[in-house]
Design a binder for this molecule. Structure first.
Ligand SMILES: [Zn+2]
Length: 115
């Protein structure tokens, strides 16, 4: 039971910097704020679909520094999958870190060895 509690505690602790990082990278409407790869705040928009009468339908945002695709805008909305992918990445990293730390704690736990 102690390991489950410890894992949960470490997992949540590891998620604190991840949530700050996520908020630094994406705005509330999923618009890219800064590049998750290099942290650059400048972006270059490339028009993917447009019409001379209506204007731009779809455009893709790239990081101005490392050219990573950081977002996709279509018909007034930003694609939420960019934010979701990064969130999933952070969740997996936090879980792995917490698992490793819990395992390390178990290895050096004297009370567990004595039992
Ligand atoms: Zn970048």
């Amino acid at each position: 039971m102690i390991y489950v509690t410890l894992f949960w505690l470490l997992f949540n602790l590891a998620l604190i910097p991840a949530s700050y990082r996520l908020r630094a990278c994406f705005a509330e409407d999923d618009a890219p704020r800064s590049c998750p790869t290099c942290g650059c705040c400048e972006r270059v928009d490339k028009v993917r679909d447009s019409d001379p009468a209506w204007g731009v339908y779809e455009s893709e945002a790239f990081c101005a520094n490392c050219r990573t695709s950081v977002g996709y805008w279509a018909h007034g909305y930003w694609d939420p999958s960019y934010r979701d992918d990064l969130r999933r990445e952070y969740l997996a990293a936090a879980a792995l870190l917490a698992l490793c730390l819990t395992a390390a704690y178990g290895l050096f736990d004297v009370t567990a060895m004595a039992a």
